[in-house]
Design a protein around this ligand. Structure first.
Ligand SMILES: Nc1ncnc2c1ncn2[C@@H]1O[C@H](COP(=O)(O)OP(=O)(O)O)[C@@H](O)[C@H]1O
Ligand SMILES: [Mg+2]
Length: 332
């Protein structure tokens, strides 16, 4: 069977083939030629091109706050991904793509139509949290409850999973990018300095801590003075980051708590026993497990592959006999 898995995130896009082999793992950016009306490059190559080529080429971030904004752009991405794997298309392949708790049927329909236009035969949908639980090594078909929290670039997805489905779940727009914005705000307030989004992300990822017990580091960053726009640099510390991101982190913890409160009582004991399973790029931040654990007064599990677990979960499904039909939703 020809089938590809696609995890199109706000920050990163990944794809795997029918054997589960990952052949794409790059930033979610595309370079689009307005004149040609098509994608010139995607991922790292697109990022390198932007700003260095002529005006005709624009950078597009196809996913905003976890949602694919433009059907045509999605169609071109699928086309490009199909081309990466299959040269001559004899028979049309299938694809499996991820959704969130908040993805509507109208949105799914739009994705389906775009994929069909790109040359796909059938589309399978899987909730991202479900795929990440599988990729993290949990067996989700049992009647056992698992609490999965995926903190990505644009969204935090929280799901209670049991019997191959999401029992209770919600999507929050507070995630990696919100932390970057909080750092930018902090730099304005404390250092009267404007920094770019990429600088804020670099600060977060290099020296960010989510718990005061973690080792403190510092980083010299460049920006502009608020008053006159002149260049300036400052030394930022891990404590700065902690102070800046504490509020958004508290929002995430509060949402997890709310989901736990909505969990059917028969699943609560499983969840307390297993703890929170934390995935997504932000789970790489030092101290985040401890922060969430202390906020909720429960165990938090660290997994080995927090960034690739979604696509690995899809690969696992492809390699299992019945899982695709059991837990994915098929269109048409
Ligand atoms: N070491 C790190 N510390 C904190 N955040 C990180 C780290 N590494 C990556 N991230 C953040 O993780 C997010 C991307 O996570 P990912 O799960 O790939 O997101 P998505 O699935 O939404 O594309 C980005 O906001 C990125 O800055
Ligand atoms: Mg993701």
């Amino acid at each position: 069977m020809k089938i590809l898995g696609i995890d199109l995130g706000t920050s990163n896009m990944l794809a795997c083939d029918e054997k589960g082999k990952i052949f794409l793992n790059e930033p979610s950016v595309i370079a689009f030629s307005k004149k040609k009306g098509e994608i010139i490059a995607l991922g790292n190559r697109a990022r390198e091109m932007i700003g260095k080529t002529h005006e005709d080429i624009e950078a597009i971030h196809p996913v905003k706050n976890g949602a694919i904004t433009d059907q045509k752009v999605f169609e071109s991405i699928v086309k490009k991904i199909l081309k990466m794997k299959y040269r001559g298309l004899l028979s049309r392949p299938k694809i499996c793509i991820t959704t969130h708790s908040g993805t509507t049927n109208v949105e799914k329909r739009a994705l389906y139509e775009a994929a069909i236009n790109a040359g796909v035969k059938e589309v399978y949908f899987i909730q991202e949290t479900l795929a990440s639980a599988i990729g993290a090594g949990f067996s989700v078909s049992e009647a056992k409850g698992v609490l999965l929290v995926n903190i990505g670039g644009g969204t935090t997805d929280i799901s209670i999973i049991s019997l191959g489905g999401v029992v209770v779940g919600d999507t929050l727009k507070t995630a990696g990018k919100s932390l970057d914005e909080a750092i930018m705000m902090h730099m304005r307030q404390k250092y009267s300095m404007v920094i770019g989004e990429n600088t804020a992300e670099e600060i977060k990822n290099k020296i960010g801590i989510a718990h005061p017990d973690e080792e403190k580091l510092s980083l010299e960053v460049k920006g502009r003075k608020i008053v006159d726009g002149s260049p300036v640099s400052a030394t930022v510390s891990s404590e700065d980051v902690y102070e800046a991101i504490l509020e958004p982190l508290k929002n995430i913890a509060a949402k997890i708590k709310e989901i736990i409160e909505r969990t059917p009582p028969e699943l609560i004991s499983d969840i307390l026993e297993e703890g929170v399973i934390l995935t997504g790029g932000v789970s790489l931040m030092k101290g985040i497990h401890k922060f969430i654990s202390e906020s909720l007064n429960m165990k938090v599990k660290k997994i080995e592959n927090p960034v690739t677990c979604v696509i690995e979960g899809i690969g696992f499904i492809f390699n299992s006999k019945d899982l695709l039909n059991e837990i994915c939703e098929k269109m048409p």
